[in-house]
Design a protein. Structure first.
Length: 260
């Protein structure tokens, strides 16, 4: 019996791999990375009221708390970018959702932690809900917009990925500017077999409505063909009020470029 035990426990011919005595299932790193379940996270979050406001979920990727000025909204896009927005009123009297925060969820390693993510997002929404309601700002002029564009451009240059090279600011009109970024290596190939020639961010101010709009898009050309410089659909389209802090606006744009 002693020899039998020895024989069964010994690798005589050296074919068996070394055993460390640890069950692979006990090591989290040995398990496949679980996919984050967005629907589950939104279901958990939709059960949390915000003050007296119950959550309303019109879409899988959207939750609202209220429908009047001061109400809160969470939007999540396909890339797991979280947009926390708050409702205000523009100069015309129309409701306007302005962006207060943006977060990019790490796409790996958060599977099974949907409840923790939901709680962290809820805490951020709760903090913002208690802040002042933003609104149009009297006396906001072209010089204020110019200063904002300069601030945004400096922020982008600090946080944008290394594939981008600053190409300057172009003034379209008194209340509209374009921040351009060239792409290293003569263009970056996009997923649809097109190459990105340039990335542009338009920052404009609507004096009638009193809102600031920031939208971003790529200029692309077909791979292997002549440069066509086609303007693609927006990758980002956000609204802000002039009463918001410049850093709050620039942080939202920074998230877009940092995790582009």
């Amino acid at each position: 019996m002693k020899f039998r035990k020895f024989f069964e426990a010994t690798d005589i011919f050296g074919f068996e791999p070394d055993k460390n005595g640890t069950d692979p299932d006990e090591n989290m790193l040995s398990r496949p990375i679980s996919q984050f379940d967005l629907e589950l996270m939104m279901e958990i979050l939709a059960q949390k009221p915000l003050g007296v406001q119950e959550a309303f979920c019109p879409f899988v990727s959207e939750i609202l708390w209220g429908k009047q000025p001061g109400s809160m909204k969470l939007e999540v896009d396909t890339g797991l970018t979280f947009y926390i927005k708050k409702m205000g009123t523009d100069k015309i009297g129309n409701p306007r959702w302005v962006t207060k925060r943006m977060f990019q969820l790490n796409r790996q390693g958060y599977g099974g932690l949907e409840d923790s993510v939901a709680q962290e997002v809820y805490e951020q929404i709760e903090i913002i809900s208690h802040s002042n309601i933003d609104c149009p700002k009297e006396g906001y002029d072209s010089e204020d917009l110019k200063n904002l564009v300069t601030h945004l451009n400096n922020k982008i240059k600090r946080v944008a990925k290394e594939i981008f090279m600053p190409a300057g600011i172009k003034k379209l009109s008194e209340y509209a500017y374009v921040i351009s970024l060239d792409v290293r290596g003569m263009g970056l190939e996009a997923q649809d077999q097109r190459r990105v020639e340039q990335n542009q961010t338009v920052v404009s101010y609507d004096n009638d409505q009193g809102t600031i709009r920031v939208f971003n898009y790529n200029i692309e050309s077909p791979t292997g063909k002549a440069h066509s410089w086609q303007i693609m659909e927006n990758d980002l389209d956000l609204y802000f009020f002039p009463s918001q802090d410049r850093e709050e606006i620039s942080e939202c744009l920074a998230i877009h470029f940092k995790y582009y």
